[in-house]
Design a protein around this ligand. Structure first.
Ligand code: NAP
Length: 247
């Protein structure tokens, strides 16, 4: 819970739906002023903002393609103008295309790396200049990196890069009191995971963890809440695998 009278400010990238929306809801409940970033779903982002405001939150929706350095810079400008300097950055925006490596087109490869890797790079670079002392950064990896399943080579490569950023950037921010961690979810019931899978395939994934269910966005939002909050002050440079025990 945020104890100060002025709410701390959080940016959640890709917060229009899925895990990002649940993270925005949870951080708003924790007392943060939350910038709801989106790229192509303005209606969903706006609906979330209406919901958070109705619950008393300070929030607004901010359009930015994280793959664009210019748009990310403009997003930080807008957040500073509307909510104040940023304390928490959640790098949730990401895409997954499950396809054998040999079947990826150049465009598909570029898109996955542009959003998952360059997008994280763009926001981290901006955060290095702009995050308040004592801030928190939460990146998004994936448990698929530990599973090495066919079809995940390109996606896993992007998440390996995100994990590398996390370990090194935590050290590069020495002296600023800022922690940099990543959460690596297992299968979570969002469109990223569900789209293109048969019911049989979904059920096979649901049976994988010893907890015998798919994760829900809220399962990950609570982990982000922990990493963004005071109780995780001594956790830095770590990858937290939240996956029901699947790996
Ligand atoms: P999702 O339901 O597909 O939602 C993706 C979000 O990212 C949307 O809000 C989307 O916004 C946004 N987004 C996509 N491209 C963007 C861009 N260029 N700039 C800004 N925002 C962009 O996905 P999810 O399942 O919630 O995944 C969230 C994160 O968790 C991702 O990093 C993913 O790799 C990771 N993850 C997910 C799972 C899983 O099983 N679901 C497992 C492990 C890791 P618009 O609609 O506005 O474009």
């Amino acid at each position: 819970m945020n104890q100060s009278s002025t709410p701390k400010v959080a940016i959640v990238t890709g917060a229009s739906r899925g895990i990002g929306a649940a993270v925005a809801q949870r951080l708003a409940r924790d007392g943060f002023a939350v910038a709801v970033n989106y790229a192509s779903s303005p209606e969903q982002a706006d609906a979330l903002v209406v919901e958070l405001k109705a619950a008393g939150g300070r929030t607004f929706a901010v359009k930015a393609d994280v793959a664009s350095a210019e748009e990310v810079r403009a997003m930080f400008d807008a957040v500073e103008a509307q909510l104040g300097k940023v304390d928490v950055l959640v790098n949730n925006a990401g895409v997954l295309r499950t396809l054998p490596l040999a079947e990826h087109s150049d465009a598909q490869y570029d898109q996955t790396f542009d959003i998952n890797v360059r997008g994280t790079f763009n926001t981290l670079r901006e955060a290095a200049m702009r995050l308040n002392e004592g801030g928190r950064i939460v990146n998004f990896s994936s448990t698929t990196l530990a599973l090495n399943m066919p079809g995940y080579a390109i996606y896993n490569a992007t998440k390996a890069a995100v994990e590398a950023f996390t370990h090194v950037f935590a050290k590069e921010l020495r002296g600023r009191g800022i922690t940099v961690n990543a959460v690596a979810p297992g299968p979570i019931a969002t469109s990223l995971f569900l789209d293109g899978k048969t019911e049989e395939q979904v059920q096979a994934f649901a049976k994988m963890p010893p907890l015998q269910r798919l994760g829900q966005p809220e399962d990950i939002a609570s982990v982000v809440s922990f990493l963004a909050g005071p109780d995780a002050g001594w956790v830095n440079g770590q990858i937290l695998r939240a996956n029901g025990g699947v790996a």
